[in-house]
Design a protein around this ligand. Structure first.
Ligand code: GUN
Ligand code: ZN
Length: 447
């Protein structure tokens, strides 16, 4: 048993529904961890009777649950910031060529290791991740995640109508998916997602088969893209004239349910959102991606009106940062452009417990509740001179908002997975120039 003492904040429930009750803040808090799980989390004085003898580490900063990235593409990390196109042309020009390189397992291994170390450095401990069409790209990611003890859900991309060199078939897609599920089921903190890229790159037969795979494996997710870009939506309407809308294309193949996660959902009808709410389907809101590709503004208020569950996705490489903190700042701006105001506590909820809900892992992570895995992040409100000035003497609400608007990986002092400092290798490079007082990773290195 061990403990961590410091200022602790978590938002297990959505403040939009639960109000201020949803916010758990302990100015002098104690997080008690046993065998990697949270045993207790509360005011240090209240827990002193029960855990006074437990050795604790004092952490300077704000302790929050590890971030959950509900939609990101690891093979695209090296194509982030690719200039000049919107979705369909961007895929053709920048992304498909990059993904072809993942036929090479050594390349996949190298990128997977870099990507996961970057996630940890940015404070992300759980993620729903796109790989490529190559099954080896999933093996590479899962092996690297297992070595780091990260909670990663991924799957081989199904795309039998994709470009030459990046195409599977209904049969190979099914066989590879089945083999990956069998190979990785129950290992570490990994999960599988049946992953048709999006309706334009799969045949009807493949979408139907994806529905069969989802039904055959009650423990897997369905992960894809939906209604991101007007050109994409027009193309889908042309290819599937029988469907009521884009969501209905997936629905007709049994792909809309409580284990489904759709990235983007920027241009949605009330019918489609009503159907998502009824089915218990989740949305990954990807602000930086939607701005970068000029896709449009996700309407959080509309999703709220229907009661659809929402998480936050960085969607790198269309997204411009792996920092969930920074992504929350962009989410705020997108809401502002539509006359709606995203509260910083709600934003933190969406990026932690909200994302966990979308991924179906609220029993495991997201809120530092007893029994959950002790994945957490230490944030530094003085990480930059400007943050320090803005946050000096400021109340929690203002500090949290400043972290979202001004913060990024620089504000993440350390990341812990199941109560252990995460993969020191990731920190050695990034933290080498920081003063010792800032983080346990640095201290680890000096020991
Ligand atoms: N739609 C289909 N594939 C992709 C992708 O790789 N990125 C984004 N942003 N949208 C997609
Ligand atoms: Zn995406």
């Amino acid at each position: 048993m061990k403990a961590f003492r410091g200022e602790i904040l978590s938002v297990p429930d959505d403040p939009a529904h639960a109000g201020a009750e949803a916010i758990r803040h302990h100015e002098d808090g104690l997080l008690v961890v046993e065998d990697g799980l949270v045993l207790a989390c509360g005011p240090a004085t209240e827990l002193a009777d029960r855990f006074g003898d437990v050795p604790f580490e004092k952490l300077e900063g704000l302790i929050v649950p590890g971030f959950v990235d509900a939609h990101v593409h690891y093979p695209q990390i090296e194509r982030i910031a690719s200039h000049g196109e919107q979705l369909m042309q961007w895929l053709e020009r920048h992304i498909f060529p990059a993904e072809m390189a993942f036929a090479d397992r050594a390349h996949a291994d190298a990128v997977a290791a870099f990507f996961l170390d970057e996630l940890l450095r940015h404070g992300t401990t759980s993620a729903l991740v796109f790989a490529t069409v190559h099954p080896g790209s999933v093996d590479a990611l899962f092996e690297a995640a297992l070595a780091r003890d990260m909670r990663i859900v991924s799957g081989k991309v199904l795309m039998d109508q994709g470009p030459e060199g990046l195409r599977d078939s209904v049969e190979s897609g099914r066989a590879d998916t089945e083999a990956l599920i069998a190979r990785w089921r129950g290992r570490g903190r990994l999960g599988y997602a049946v992953t048709p890229r999006f309706a334009p790159t799969s045949s009807r037969a493949q979408l139907e088969d994806a529905g069969r795979l989802l039904a055959a494996h009650p423990d897997v997710l369905l992960h894809t893209h939906l209604s991101e870009n007007p050109g994409e939506i027009a193309y889908v309407a042309e290819r599937f004239p029988e469907a009521a809308d884009y969501l209905d294309v997936y629905d007709r193949f049994g792909l809309v349910g409580p284990r489904s996660v759709f990235a983007h959902c920027v241009h949605m009808s009330d019918r489609a959102l009503g159907r998502m709410a009824e089915a218990g389907t989740g949305i990954a809101f990807c602000p930086t991606s939607n701005l970068f590709l000029g896709s449009g503004l996700f309407d959080l208020a509309q999703a709220d009106r229907h009661g659809v569950k929402v998480g936050i996705g960085t969607d790198v490489g269309a997204g411009t940062s792996l920092s969930v903190l920074h992504t929350l700042g962009e989410a705020y701006r997108i809401c502002q452009l539509q006359g709606c105001c995203l509260d910083p506590f709600r934003a933190l909820h969406l990026a932690t417990a909200g994302g966990a809900r979308v991924m179906g892992i609220t029993d495991r992570v997201g809120a530092l509740l007893p029994g959950q895995e002790a994945d957490f992040v230490l944030l530094d409100c003085a990480a930059t001179p400007l943050l320090a000035r803005r946050c000096a003497g400021a109340p929690l609400h203002d500090r949290l908002f400043a972290l979202q608007v001004l913060g990024d990986d620089r504000a993440v002092t350390g990341t812990w997975l199941r109560g252990r400092p995460a993969h020191p290798g990731a920190k050695l490079i990034s933290r080498a120039r920081r003063p010792a007082r800032r983080g346990p990773a640095w201290k680890e290195r000096r020991r």
